[in-house]
Design a binder for this molecule. Structure first.
Ligand code: ZN
Length: 233
């Protein structure tokens, strides 16, 4: 290996390293030079649409990232275990999924910590990636996340599977159009709603035809999904 090549590798490593450990970074997408994308599913767990989506991901051998609502977890521990055991990431989407645009830093810390704690009680890992409900980010939300040494992850593809006024065609075509290298794709597991599942059945083969590889957020972004202290327990 010649010197300039070594220098290049060292700089790539440094950029990746410093990016990955930046404390206040808000992520919208991964590396746009690599043909990898991350499927992310918000608002679980539930016993209706979530198992169907997990079945589909399993049969397609795809790993994804799930942002869970803490208060929904109590009677759905088996679903949370299943997400984790099948190799997906279990991440934090607040405890009550309220509109936090006027919430204090203290309330936000409690919202995020409560969900981290219920997840840790079941799985023994503590998420360090937080997705704010409705994508709302305020100064207090940023301070709370920083205080907990976590990162905020948003998205750059939203087919609006959450919007009941949208047709399946709209959801599928919007996702197809918006997806590019490094995309973080926003989808949902909502009770009594099959839209995401139906869209996924069409989109998985489409993305594969386009040459995309499906990865979890930690790989896409080059960051840790769980807090390090878990590893030494
Ligand atoms: Zn949500």
């Amino acid at each position: 290996m010649n010197n300039s090549r070594l220098l290049l590798l060292v700089s790539i490593f440094f950029v990746t390293f410093s990016k990955g450990f930046a404390k206040e970074k808000i992520f919208f997408q991964g590396n746009s030079n690599i043909k990898k994308i991350a499927l992310t599913f918000d608002d679980g767990p539930n016993k209706t649409s979530l198992p169907k989506i997990l079945d589909l991901l399993k049969s397609e051998n795809i790993k994804a990232s799930f942002f869970l609502i803490g208060k929904n977890i109590a009677d759905k521990k088996l679903q949370v275990e299943r997400i984790h055991n099948e190799g997906h990431l279990v991440l934090n989407h607040s405890y009550t999924h309220s509109n936090f645009d006027k919430a204090s830093k203290k309330l936000m810390i409690s919202e995020i910590e409560k969900t981290n704690n219920v997840i840790n009680d079941i799985l023994g890992v503590t998420p360090r990636l937080y997705r704010p409900p409705y994508g709302i980010i305020t100064k207090d939300i940023k301070l709370a996340v920083k205080n907990l040494e976590m990162n905020i992850v948003l998205w750059n593809v939203d087919g609006e599977d959450w919007n009941s006024e949208r047709s399946l065609d709209y959801v599928v075509n919007t996702q197809k159009k918006e997806t590019k290298n490094g995309s973080i794709i926003l989808m949902h597991t909502q009770p009594n709603k099959e839209m995401s599942y139906e869209a996924l059945k069409i989109l998985i083969p489409h993305y594969r035809t386009q040459g995309y590889e499906f990865v979890k957020l930690d790989e896409l972004l080059g960051i840790e999904a769980y807090q390090q202290k878990d590893a030494t327990r």
